[in-house]
Ligand binder design. Structure first.
Ligand code: NDP
Length: 239
């Protein structure tokens, strides 16, 4: 028996990086996985590799979300796990970032996660489930070069504990947690750094936390912000 046997998972942005690793680990541990992404070629290739579903899905679109939820419920009858993972980064600080960039990052990260949580709660509130929101260390620590990204990730962190409190208030057996990774080696990070960074985390490091939060082992973990950065954020420097 796998750690998530019998569960059904949707993973957004699952064609690459962290989402891809989540799909591999959840499928290995027995989940039925629905990978969604705007990146169709990579998504279809992964679906063939894992024998899972792939749907083209822009997380900014409520109609796309409705189609993804309908497909999942029609095919599997229930939804147990949602990983709100899709995202991009646009490097810019408060002086150089534009309003258009702010709106784009907000639409993908914050609005996309908001829409996903709404679909998931509707599907999960009767029989239970786990929502896992991928935020970022930038939600709680200062990284000057990613202002629009940090603002959107902060919104994800805040909506996570608000949703957890709502579900507990309503006695819905739905948990909602956020993971705040530091630097993890993926194409997105390379877009910021321009090259690989030695000694940073690997996608599997995040996927293993996703697996824990997706499984019933984490049944008392709800509304948490889980920092995953190998102590980067707690090592003191010069004042
Ligand atoms: P990747 O770029 O490797 O993967 C992100 C995936 O999301 C890509 O396939 C991308 O497609 C897709 N995507 C982009 N926009 C949309 C959209 N509107 N709708 C659906 N899918 C979309 O990045 P990572 O794996 O690194 O990032 C995954 C998540 O982890 C992101 O939310 C990121 O912010 C977060 N994160 C990453 C960290 C890191 O260091 N890597 C640290 C902290 C958080 P395409 O390639 O076509 O854009």
């Amino acid at each position: 028996m796998g750690r998530v046997s019998g569960k059904v998972a949707i993973i957004t942005g699952g064609a690459s990086g962290l989402g891809r690793a989540d799909a591999v680990v959840l499928a290995r541990e027995g989940a039925k996985v629905v990978v969604t992404d705007v990146s169709e070629e990579a998504g279809r290739a992964l679906a063939r590799e894992l024998d899972c579903d792939f749907l083209r899905h822009d997380v900014r679109s409520e109609a796309d979300w409705q189609a993804v939820a309908a497909h999942t419920l029609d095919r599997y009858g229930h939804l147990d796990i949602l990983v709100n993972n899709a995202g991009i980064v646009v490097p810019a600080d408060i002086e150089t970032a534009t309003l258009e960039q702010y709106r784009l990052l907000n639409a993908i990260h914050a609005e996309g996660t908001f829409l996903g949580c709404k679909q998931a709660i509707a599907a999960m509130k009767a029989r239970g489930g786990s929502i896992i929101n991928i935020s970022s260390l930038s939600a709680i620590r200062g990284f000057p070069g990613v202002i629009t990204y940090a603002a959107a990730k902060g919104a994800i962190a805040a909506m996570t504990h608000t949703i957890a409190a709502h579900c507990r208030d309503k006695n819905y057996p739905v948990r909602c947690n956020a993971i705040l990774p530091g630097m993890i080696s993926t194409p997105l990070l390379e877009a910021v750094t321009g090259a690989g960074v030695p000694g940073i985390g690997q996608p599997e490091d995040v996927a293993n936390m996703v697996l824990f939060l997706a499984s019933d082992e984490s049944r008392h973990v709800n509304g948490a912000q889980i920092v995953l950065d190998n102590a980067s954020s707690v090592i003191g420097g010069a004042a």
